[in-house]
Design a protein around this ligand. Structure first.
Ligand code: FAD
Length: 471
């Protein structure tokens, strides 16, 4: 601690009690917990460089931390050492509305990036759910998505360049404002989604877009999954490009129904509806009107009720309440972020439900239907070890199913600690070897966020450990 204090000043090096937030991210509900020896709060990229150089020189693990909203334990310092929190890097270095550009430092909250863009008539579309607390650096490190990724792509699609600190302690820029650049290997894309295992991002060059004039949300209610997935296929097959195509089904919808903030006069969730699609179309006023008509024509015969909620903000707050509501049912939930190929969404949802039922667990799903990105959820009582075992078994079979159907074990939340090693089930052996070689090239001492992403897979879920320790 004392030595590290000499590098960035004692007031910016913290001791951490075991219960500190710096030892975990929001996957703590699943029991992932680290034990940092110290937290460093560097105030500039040069100080980040100095902290990493010190860790590398002294063989100390270093875990980069953004807003701590991750859901896979990525920011938990599971092997101890130093947590390097980017929270003091909050300057927006450049914002050029005429050139559709912003250059925020890594610690700028996601919501602020969205707000600044909007205030200048521009759009930064990535919208992961915890935007008040998450940081742009954390979004880049996880390649975060959100509802609008359907039309506008995940965070990486918006990144033109990165300022990054690499081992053993070097500050480097990759990419830049050049509109086209095919000269080298795509190092920017390699660092995007690397979850702090290759380097520490200190600033991000973002390409923005002119904001659409209007965004109209619609909620389509259907009797069941078959109609819901058919509607997704019909909408996309008709050539429409909605900006959002999210879904809630089964118990997720039933439990949220009482608080639905629909329009007056029939704006409630219809009794018996088991599937809801939240759709948004955007563009000019005329384009939106036309898309609305085409959309309703595309889903004719499948939908029992169409609602136009008057307050889009209230609609999204309602949708985002799903995590809390599902957790409240039995005390905990285990949600896995997976992707099914779009055309096999109905089959994936159906088979997941059967897997959970075979293990005696209640289940439901929600997520980004247009991308096939599903948060497949089982509801558990965390004090019952048999249920935790059953949830592990469901997860195991679910990941097998995803691979069998040609999907992905991670759609937007990353791999982190809780899904470490699972790449091996999805990718060919040679591709995994290449990942290992890339890790070796960037981090030969394996000190950058050790135990994450590429490490071996755990035998049991961390909820077991949390239960034993009474957390
Ligand atoms: C209620 C809720 C809803 C969510 N909804 C979504 C959603 O819709 N879509 C989605 O994609 N995610 C979602 N998430 C997950 C989470 O918000 C995202 O993964 C987010 O991008 C994490 O950002 P963060 O700043 O909190 O990063 P952290 O949790 O602090 O870190 C995440 C990972 O990135 C690394 N990291 C962080 N900052 C840096 C940096 N500067 N340089 C290098 N590595 C770094 C960490 O080591 C860690 O591995 C949701 C989370 C919650 C709690």
């Amino acid at each position: 601690m004392r030595e590290l204090s000499r590098v960035i000043g004692s007031e910016h090096v913290l001791e951490v009690p075991p219960a500190s937030e710096y030892n975990r991210d929001l996957s703590r509900r699943r029991g992932v917990e680290g034990r940092a020896d110290a937290v460093a709060l560097p105030g500039s990229p040069e100080e980040v460089r100095a902290v990493l150089a010190w860790c590398y020189e002294h063989d100390v693990p270093i875990t980069p931390r953004g807003g701590g909203t991750g859901l896979t334990g990525g920011a938990a310092p599971v092997q101890g050492g130093v947590v390097c929190s980017l929270e003091r890097l909050r300057r927006v270095r450049e914002l050029d509305p005429a050139l559709w550009r912003m250059f925020p430092e890594a610690g700028v909250p996601t919501r602020e990036v969205q707000r600044l863009a909007r205030e200048h008539g521009l759009l930064f579309a990535p919208d992961p759910g915890a935007a008040e607390q998450s940081q742009i650096g954390g979004n880049v490190a996880t390649n975060a998505g959100g509802p609008h990724a359907l039309k506008y792509g995940v965070t990486g699609s918006w990144v033109a360049g990165l300022e990054v600190v690499l081992a053993p302690g070097e500050l480097l820029e990759v990419g830049g404002w050049s509109a086209k650049d095919v000269a080298g290997y795509d190092l920017v894309s390699l660092l995007v989604g690397s979850e702090g295992t290759l380097g520490i991002i200190t600033a991000v060059r973002l390409r923005l877009l002119p904001a659409p004039a209007v965004a109209l949300p619609l909620v389509l209610f259907m009797d069941g999954r078959e109609e819901g997935c058919a509607a997704v296929a019909q909408i996309l097959g008709s050539g429409l490009r909605p900006s959002v195509l999210d879904f809630l089904e089964g118990e997720a919808l039933t439990l949220l129904a009482p608080s639905y903030p629909g329009g007056g006069g029939g704006g409630a969730v219809p009794a018996g509806a088991r599937f809801a699609l939240i759709v948004e179309v955007d563009g000019s006023r005329e384009e939106v009107r036309a898309q609305r008509g085409e959309l309703l024509a595309a889903v004719e015969g499948l939908v029992v009720h169409v609602d136009e909620p008057p307050d889009a903000g209230a609609l999204w707050r309602w949708r985002d309440g799903v995590n809390g509501v599902l957790t409240g049912v039995r005390g905990a939930k285990v949600s896995e972020d997976v992707v099914f190929p779009r055309e096999r969404l109905a089959e994936g949802l159906e088979r997941f439900e059967r897997i959970a039922a075979a293990h005696g667990l209640r289940s439901c799903s929600f997520g980004h239907a247009g991308d096939g990105n599903v948060h497949a959820t089982v509801l558990v009582d965390p004090s019952r070890v048999q249920e935790l075992d059953a949830a592990d078994a469901v997860g195991e079979e679910l990941f097998g199913l995803v691979v069998e159907l040609g999907g992905s074990i991670a759609g937007e939340h990353g791999v982190g600690w809780s899904k470490r090693g699972r790449l091996e089930s999805q990718w060919p052996r040679r591709a995994v070897e290449l990942h290992e070689q890339i890790k070796e090239a960037f981090d030969p001492k394996r000190l950058l966020n050790p135990g994450k992403k590429l490490a071996r897979y755990p035998a049991r879920s961390p909820l077991h450990k949390a239960r034993k320790e009474g957390r």
